[in-house]
Design a protein around this ligand. Structure first.
Ligand code: 6PG
Length: 239
């Protein structure tokens, strides 16, 4: 299901409202809400809106548990850090208990960090199915999402919930949640904005199925809901 918004601002308002709505539903049903955040530039405005009224006053912050969909393995104060983005724009401004915010911190050792992250998730889900209430994702120009990049071994990962990824061209290590884990989520929402994404969005949604080339096509929630939030510019090439 795709919802098209006039611009990034209205897309961000919808995404922030979706998070608050899902949080209140999850807390009412199960007493807590778990979300995995997207990195990159697109979600910044969404995060800023969550740190300001009215949404800031409508969310069950004390019952919220924040994970990341992926992280660049750089120091937390590095401008490329996804955790830094979310903390500066949002998390440092709302009263989520620090013990409920789980950055990936993979700079020292990506492989160890991926194992530790999976252990944190297993502890959080305590033997129950790892059903994140909401996963926010972006879409890269090359069809990647989280750090599921074309041509990387993690695309074939069928068991692990988190894995290290090395991007040679950027000489950058990352850790990502895997498709098997993301696909167990209750709601997965892609946030896609800008004309530069129009071609890849059309390919992912309407092109031939080729997840090795377009890893975003791996994201097919088993029982959960898949939502696409796009602005008019990104949706411009859709039939
Ligand atoms: C990352 C992100 C990545 C991002 C896309 C889109 O760490 O790079 O998780 O998957 O969502 O690359 O990025 P933009 O929103 O900056 O276009």
């Amino acid at each position: 299901m795709i919802d098209v918004y006039p611009d990034l601002e209205s897309l961000s308002r919808a995404a922030a409202a979706l998070l608050v709505r899902q949080a209140n539903l999850a807390v009412a049903a199960r007493g807590r809400f778990s979300v995995a955040l997207a990195g990159g530039a697109t979600p910044r405005r969404t995060y800023e809106l969550l740190a300001a009224p009215p949404l800031k006053d409508q969310a069950p912050w004390d019952r919220m548990h924040v994970f990341w969909g992926d992280e660049r393995c750089v120091p937390l104060n590095d401008s490329r850090s996804n955790a830094r983005l979310a903390k500066e724009a949002w998390l440092d401004h709302v009263p989520i208990p620090g013990t409920q915010i789980h950055p990936m911190n993979c700079a020292p050792d990506p492989a160890a960090a991926a194992r530790q992250y999976e252990a944190q998730l297993r502890e959080f889900f305590a033997g129950q199915p790892p059903r994140l209430d909401l996963v926010l994702l972006g879409l890269g120009h090359d069809g990647h999402t989280a750090s599921l990049f074309p041509g990387t071994a993690v695309l074939k990962e069928g068991e692990r919930w988190a894995a290290p990824v090395y991007l040679a061209e950027a000489d950058l290590h990352r850790v990502t949640l895997t498709a098997p884990l993301i696909n167990q989520a209750a709601v997965v929402a892609f946030l896609v904005a800008g004309g530069a994404k129009a071609g890849v969005l059309r390919e992912v949604l309407h092109g031939p199925r080729d997840p090795a080339r377009l890893p975003a096509q791996l994201i097919q929630p088993q029982t959960g809901e898949l939502r696409w939030l796009a602005d008019l510019a990104a949706a411009g090439s859709l039939p």
